[in-house]
Design a binder for this molecule. Sequence first.
Ligand code: PLP
Length: 337
Amino acid sequence: IGTGISILEMSHRSSDFSKIINSTENLLRELLNVPENYKILFLQGGGSGQFSGIPLNLIGLKEDRCADYLVTGTWSAKAAKEAEKYGKVNVIHPKLDCYTKIPDSSTWSLNPSASYVYYCCNETVHGVEFNFIPDTKGVLLVSDMSSNFLSRPVDVSKFGLIFAGAQKNVGCAGVTVVIVREDLMGKALKECPIILDYQVQAGNNSLYNTPPCFSIYIMALVLEWIKNNGGADAMERLNEQKSDIIYDNINHSNGFYSCPVDEACRSRMNIPFRIGKKEGDESLEKAFLDGASKLGMISLKGHRSVGGIRASLYNAVTVEDVKALAAYMEEFLKNHR
Ligand code: PLP
């Protein structure tokens, strides 16, 4: 950035770094239209750190110290488990046999005196994504957007808090964005570690302690790239186009490829699918992955807990990349049907 030293050497209290963190925040405000009464924090500890940070800061907002968790996959299940350490957790729909759908909202039994309702907007492992904002009947809404942050616009004003680790769509690991409404801060439980206390971090412009400076800088570069490429609306159009290509391919394969997720909540970011038969033919899947890797297409293996294949189509993946994968899928089908 023209100072003669790298971000890695720079003091986080220097005016040069202040410019970087402020411009990162301004870009985020602009790209997501973040209202003035929301703070944006850049924290460490990853998405998982927020699984603790959220109950530690928010579960005490109401006397009952309870929270509702919509569990639709691995990540919301983990968040609910962590929150149990700090209060009463009501899992809205207990573990389904497998996570492939979002149960109809008329079946949710929300607790009106809960401090907040929590959900994971995109379940990265299972490929289940909310394409609507849950109606919580006035109870504060909290969302994990780690794996679909800035993949589309979002109405921040509908939420008490949104958080996202940067490493999927907006940068590299090390920094987690927390967007929190100002009036919710200052009610942390006394055992809340100070670095996770939103009010302390907000009061120090996320510089209570040394922040992940380099990751914040990378995020600024990625946000500029998103802005220069048309912002959140353009990302949404691209992600629709990209995911449609793969889902069409699956739908037109006469069952050779199958995605277990309900059509209504299929993720635009992470597409899990099986090959050969519904529960997956592991030797065919291995052959698919080996062939893909020879073509330079890597990281297509499904998460170890679900197996199969998973195509992750984050913002950095281009339409051309996705077309190459689709062409390979067609070729593989022809050769192995
Ligand atoms: N939430 C979601 C949706 C994720 O996909 C992940 C990680 O993949 C996490 C939370 C956990 O994030 P971290 O590894 O930064 O703790």
